[in-house]
Write a protein that binds this ligand. Structure first.
Ligand SMILES: C[S@@+](CC[C@H](N)C(=O)[O-])C[C@H]1O[C@@H](n2cnc3c(N)ncnc32)[C@H](O)[C@@H]1O
Length: 347
């Protein structure tokens, strides 16, 4: 499948409109500052964008970010703008034609953003083999990836590599395609369905288990949407499997617990993250209004306390008094066909 995927993204597809499904498309409404940054990205780079979500977490100033499967570099350049001249972006991809487009516009974007030198670099390589690239372990605040994990035949190695690359307190923030059940072999082995990001999609609960095995102990869903398959041939081949595009954030915090435990801790957002004066969204179940103390579980507390978000929160309490589990802290289906998250994520 690897050769097929390389050919698909390097030769068969020339632009977003060549895709046969809307799996590798992004429909999320972007905030104004993102739309403004997008307008600065070169048309050739944008034309070969095949991502399925917005992989732009908040509080990016000066961050070092690794993009797994960066393609033509659209997200790398967006991130380049948002981290500022003192941040750094590294993109990795295995398809030379895509990387060539990305590489061609390094100087262009650096000049466009007014930076003294480019803060983006690209490596040709495999995301399962990050160790083969000159990347130091524990050196990135954030790893992003946009519609790529499903294409990998060794997803465990990709997650393990992302974990190694991250600093403690860093996060893997990524968009991908998931299925509501394990994908039947006929779907998984169909090269076009695979190339279109459906065949290799993980059943969501297998993904959660895999993420935990890699050390990401409490995966948090950010957004999700059902994927519409309009092509009758692909619809028939999909055999009733419902696919979703979803964005998750996975913190590298070795101390997280298996469930959301209640210690009576609270978190208050100060409103100080750039572009977010009113509220901050940690995940689909946690939105913090500026100035309002919210009861949080031990894991949520640790995510805020142990990450770059610490500077933007007043955090109260410790773990000396356990009050039991937060109600509804289960592992029910996190997204449904209406695109609305079902209750039961956590807290
Ligand atoms: C659906 S496209 C997404 C590209 C890019 N993230 C974007 O949003 O435009 C998938 C990309 O992942 C790359 N890719 C797939 N499997 C890979 C692997 N094992 N190692 C490195 N790159 C890979 C492909 O070459 C392709 O550029």
């Amino acid at each position: 499948m690897r050769e097929f995927v390389q050919k698909y993204y390097g030769e068969v597809l020339e632009q977003t409109g060549d895709l046969k499904t809307n799996a590798c498309c992004t429909f999320e409404a972007a905030p104004e500052y993102v739309t403004a940054a997008l307008a600065e990205i070169h048309d050739d780079v944008r034309a070969r964008y095949y991502g399925c979500g917005l992989v732009l977490p908040d509080a990016l100033q000066d961050c070092r970010i690794l993009d797994l499967g960066c393609g033509s570099g659209r997200d790398c350049y967006l991130l380049s703008k948002l981290v500022g001249p003192d941040g750094e972006i590294v993109g990795v991809d295995m398809t030379e034609a895509q990387l060539a487009v990305a590489e061609r516009y390094r100087e262009y974007h650096s000049a466009r953003f007014g930076y003294p030198k480019p803060n983006v670099r690209f490596y040709h390589g495999y995301i399962e083999k990050l160790d083969a690239l000159p990347l130091k372990p524990d050196s990135f605040e954030i790893v992003v990836s946009n519609c790529v994990l499903n294409l990998s035949e060794d997803k465990e190695a990709v997650l393990a590599g992302a974990y190694r690359a991250l600093k403690t307190g860093g996060e893997l923030y990524f968009a991908d395609v998931y299925a509501d059940r394990r994908v039947p072999a006929e779907v998984a082995n169909d090269p076009v369905l695979y190339g279109e990001c459906l065949g290799g999609a993980l059943y969501w609960n297998d993904f959660v288990e895999l993420a935990k095995r890699a050390g990401f102990l409490d995966p948090r869903l950010i957004t999700d949407r059902p994927i519409e398959i309009t092509d009758p041939r692909i619809q028939e081949a999909a055999q009733g499997v419902q696919f979703f595009a979803a964005t998750y954030r996975l913190f590298k915090l070795p101390g997280l617990e298996a469930a959301c435990e209640d210690y009576g801790q609270t978190a208050t957002y100060t409103g100080s993250i750039p572009y977010l004066p009113e509220r901050f969204t940690l995940d689909k179940h946690h939105q913090f209004e500026t100035g309002q103390a919210l009861p949080v579980c031990g894991n949520t507390f640790d995510m805020l306390h142990g990450s770059r978000f610490r500077a933007h929160f007043d955090l109260h309490g410790d773990k000396s008094h356990h009050r039991g589990i937060f109600p509804d802290c289960g592992t029910t289906l996190p997204f449904d066909a209406s695109g609305v998250a079902t209750p039961g994520g956590c807290c």
